[in-house]
Design a protein around this ligand. Structure first.
Ligand SMILES: NC(=O)c1ccc[n+]([C@@H]2O[C@H](COP(=O)([O-])OP(=O)(O)OC[C@H]3O[C@@H](n4cnc5c(N)ncnc54)[C@H](O)[C@@H]3O)[C@@H](O)[C@H]2O)c1
Length: 270
């Protein structure tokens, strides 16, 4: 397969390119930075770099709302997605994987205190975001859904915080639990996130033409039991089934049953 990867010089995109190449695919790397920059804000630039591709993995984005004006964030994240999908469609490309985010649920970047309504969280959990980054990811999912209605196979992967094992230790395990209550102590290993992108490229039955999939580790990044963390730091969250040990609050059963992805956790031993 010839796969076009946007955001190819970023954290996730670079790992996706590495895994695609290792699996024998041909990769076209598109990024704003590097020797041959491609600006996804410019449709002509996107079209030129996409020519000849069979599929796209769209990772380019402003990945956090922390240091950018909200209007710029929304403009950039929506238009880069639209240009990638529109130009891919026009060139006859019919397979797309889009980097969405667990931020869509709301609490992660909320400027106000926003409790998670229930646990575990899955793709049926209500979206209640109040921030522009999540809004831009909802646009990404809706754009994907629109092209899927036209006939494209689209997978929007709702990644949790993408971390290496060392980063899980530093940012979650060693941090005070209150610091990560808004993301329920979740993470996804960088290599596992990229592997989900590769699996999502495989052709599927029409019934699954558009999928949104949660992509999160099966355990938390904490050493403390999940039930204890929830009781202490998320008392307003209704726990609907037992979460033994350090089980993740995020249920990725749909990713397992549709694209065969399960997270092989490594941070505790890696
Ligand atoms: N990092 C996380 O924890 C996380 C979690 C959930 C979802 N995501 C999503 O995953 C994707 C990848 O995130 P990341 O952490 O690798 O981010 P990153 O910032 O490391 O990489 C993003 C890349 O996109 C490129 N880019 C930005 N605007 C562009 C444009 N106009 N044209 C071309 N390239 C452009 C940047 O140059 C950069 O190399 C993003 O869509 C992000 O929203 C990330």
């Amino acid at each position: 397969m010839r796969v076009w990867v946007s955001g190819a010089r970023g954290k996730l995109g670079a790992e996706v390119c590495r895994q695609l190449t290792a699996a024998g695919h041909e990769v076209t790397a598109a990024d704003l930075t590097g020797d041959a920059p491609v600006d996804l804000m410019d449709p002509a630039s996107v079209r030129e770099s996409l020519t000849g591709a069979d599929a796209i993995v769209h990772c380019a984005a402003i990945p956090t709302p922390e240091a950018i004006d909200p209007a710029q964030l929304v403009l950039r994240n929506t238009m880069t997605t639209f240009n990638a999908m529109e130009e891919a469609w026009k060139l006859g490309i019919r397979h797309a994987v889009l980097a969405s985010s667990g931020s869509l649920y709301g609490p992660a970047w909320s400027p106000v205190d926003l409790p998670w309504p229930s646990a575990p969280v899955d793709e049926q959990t209500q979206l209640q975001y109040v921030d522009p980054y999540a809004l831009s990811k909802d646009f990404l999912e809706r754009t994907g859904e629109m092209y899927a209605r036209r006939g494209m196979q689209v997978t929007a992967l709702r990644f949790h915080w993408i971390l290496t094992p060392a980063e899980v230790r530093e940012f979650v395990a060693e941090a005070p639990p209150a610091a990560n209550a808004s993301n329920l102590w979740g993470y996804v290993d960088l290599g596992e996130a990229a592997r989900a992108c590769l699996l999502a490229l495989a052709p599927r039955a029409d019934i699954d033409r558009f999928l949104t999939l949660l992509i999160t580790a099966e355990d938390t990044g904490s050493r403390r039991p999940t039930a204890e963390l929830l009781a202490e730091h998320a008392p307003a969250t209704t726990v609907t089934r037992p979460l033994p040990g350090t089980t993740s609050v995020f249920d990725c059963g749909r990713a397992a049953s549709t694209i065969g992805w399960t997270h092989q956790s490594r941070w505790r031993t890696g």
